[in-house]
Structures are given as C-alpha cells and as structure tokens.
Write a protein that binds this ligand. Structure first.
Ligand code: NAD
Ligand SMILES: CC/C=C\C[C@H](O)/C=C/C=C\C=C\C=C\[C@@H](O)[C@@H](O)C/C=C\CCC(=O)O
Length: 256
C-alpha cells in the first residue's frame, strides 16, 4: 500500500509508540489524525509536526477511547476534514493493575470500540474505502506477565479479537485487513515506575526487572517500523508480529 494520500488515525498518538507510529506514517506520505487524552503532549507534538510536514497533513482531536461518543465524533471529523479513513492504529493503552477495570476499558474495550466505529467508514460493503487496522497488543498478549494478569488478559484479548476480525472481514468482504503487533519492553512512559502500576502484584516487580535485563528493551521507532510493515504489506492480514530487542517474528498459531 502506497501511503501517499492515505488518511490514518492513531490513538494514543501524543507519546511513546503512538507518537512514533504517527511520525513513521507521516514520513511515508500519509496524513495522520492524532487522537489522545493528553492535550498538552499532543499540542507540543503538533507544533513540531506542523513545522516538519505542514499544517494540512496532521490534525489533533482530543479523544478518550473509553467514550463511544468521542470516538464517533473524532472519526466523523476525520471524514469531514479529509474525506475518509484508510488506516487505523488502535494503540492507546495503559498498565494499571490497581484500576484494572480502567485497564480493560482502555486496552480492550477501546480497541473493540475503535474498530467497530471505524468500520462504519472503512467497510467496503457500506460504502467505505477498505484499508487496514493495526492493533497494539504486547508480548503479554502471547504469554502471561505474572505481575500484570489483567494487562495480560487485555492484550490476549486484542490478539484474539484482531485475528477473528481478520477472518470475519475476509469472509464478509469488508476489504479491511487486520493485524496486531506484540512488542516486548519499549522505552516509554508506560514502562516508568512499574512498581506503582502493579497493585497487589507489586512484589513481583523483580520478575519484570529480570526480564528486562534478560530480554532488553526496544525503542518506539523500532515498533513503528513494524507497524509500517503491517500497514503497507498488503499480504499481511490476520498477522501477529512479535517484536523484541533481538529481532521480530511472525507468530504461527495452532490451526483450529
Ligand atoms: N511500553 C511498552 O513496554 C509496551 C510494550 C508492548 C505494548 N505496549 C502497548 O503500546 C501502547 C502504547 O503504549 P506506550 O508504551 O507508548 O505508552 P505511553 O504511556 O508512552 O503512551 C500511551 C499514550 O496513550 C494515551 N492514552 C492513554 N489512555 C488513553 C485513552 N483512554 N484515550 C486516548 N489516549 C489514551 C496516553 O495519553 C499516551 O499518549 C499501549 O497499548 C501499550 O499497552 C507498550
Ligand atoms: C510492567 C510491564 C511492562 C510493559 C508491558 C509491555 O506490554 C511489555 C511486555 C513485555 C514483555 C512481555 C513478556 C511476556 C512473556 C510471557 O510470554 C512469559 O514468557 C513471561 C512469564 C514469566 C517470565 C519469567 C521469566 O522468564 O523470567
């Protein structure tokens, strides 16, 4: 897929992996709509992006992925401004084992909500352009992080939802590809002060620290490179890509 003229929406775009995905898509010719709740970070980023790419290839909309109303409005504004949606990156996510219901609401329900609302504009059977949706899971979506059981559950859910949506989209002729990225540890705000995010499991923080020492960490740009691959490679549909400091691997799942 050539990204020139394509319209992308990225959630959680103001910082970390979402910011890197945004920059990567802009570098490759797309127009990007940034959705985030952190208006301060977003506005600072937008100043930089506008200088680098011009005013007409980016738009920031304050949007909480927990809100159906806010996502619906953001997608409507996107279509009104740029004519449609070709690419969606459901990236927004948190790690909070204390407020685990919020973690589920953002990490899993937010991905489902964003997908279903975007399909109203992307689904070819209802007048959409088709395109691709790439969801951000985690390596914790492939195997358990024992210090973060709810986070693990949300990311397993994102992997399963993405793969099922890929099958449904193909079977129903939506013209929309679905792929999921499963990064290891990435140097972002989410990884800061892990002890404060693990709630009743904070005594297990040393497990995480040992894993980070053993497995190393990625930078957000390395993750964004993999997102670009899954967006542009039109053979990728239903793919889950594990990304770790020593490389990346497409996951083969048991055939049902
Ligand atoms: N950092 C890691 O080690 C790592 C590894 C694998 C997967 N991930 C996943 O990558 C994604 C991005 O995380 P990150 O590491 O860049 O974290 P981050 O905290 O740096 O960035 C997350 C962004 O999402 C935004 N956000 C949070 N809640 C939101 C909401 N309700 N609505 C809209 N935006 C919201 C934040 O404001 C922030 O800009 C998450 O889904 C996370 O689970 C992170
Ligand atoms: C505090 C969590 C920080 C970030 C979450 C983010 O999504 C990053 C996840 C990175 C790696 C996840 C790895 C999951 C591995 C599982 O498959 C399993 O193998 C780990 C289980 C126990 C690890 C014990 C050990 O190997 O030492």
């Amino acid at each position: 897929m050539d990204l020139s003229g394509k319209i992308a929406v990225v959630t959680g775009a103001a910082m970390g992996i979402g910011k890197a995905i945004t920059e990567k898509l802009l570098q490759n010719g797309a127009t990007v709509v940034l959705l985030d709740v952190n208006e301060t970070a977003a506005k600072t980023l937008m100043e930089d992006l506008s200088k680098q790419y011009g005013q007409d290839r980016t738009l920031f909309l304050s949007c909480n992925v927990e809100s159906e109303e806010q996502i619906k409005a953001a997608f409507q504004k996107t279509v009104e401004t740029f004519g449609g949606i070709n690419i969606l990156c459901n990236n927004a996510g948190i790690l909070n084992e204390s407020d685990w219901e919020k973690t589920v609401s953002i990490n899993l329900l937010g991905v489902i909500r964003g997908t279903y609302l975007a399909l109203k504009h992307m689904n070819k059977t209802s007048g959409g352009r088709g395109g691709v949706i790439v969801n951000t899971a985690s390596m914790a979506g492939l195997g358990p992080l024992i210090s973060c059981p709810v986070y693990t559950a949300t990311k397993h859910g994102v992997v399963g939802f993405t793969r099922a949506m890929s099958g449904a989209s193909t079977a129903l002729g939506y013209g929309v590809r679905f792929n999921v990225i499963c990064p290891g540890f990435v140097q972002t705000e989410l990884l800061s002060d892990p002890n404060s995010k693990m709630g009743q499991f904070s005594h297990l923080v040393d497990v995480i620290e040992q894993m980070m020492i053993k497995d190393g960490t990625l930078n957000a740009t390395e993750v964004a490179d993999s997102v670009l691959e899954m967006v542009t490679d039109e053979t990728k549909n239903g793919a889950a890509l594990m990304i770790f400091s020593k490389g990346k691997q497409y996951i083969t799942f048991p055939s049902m």
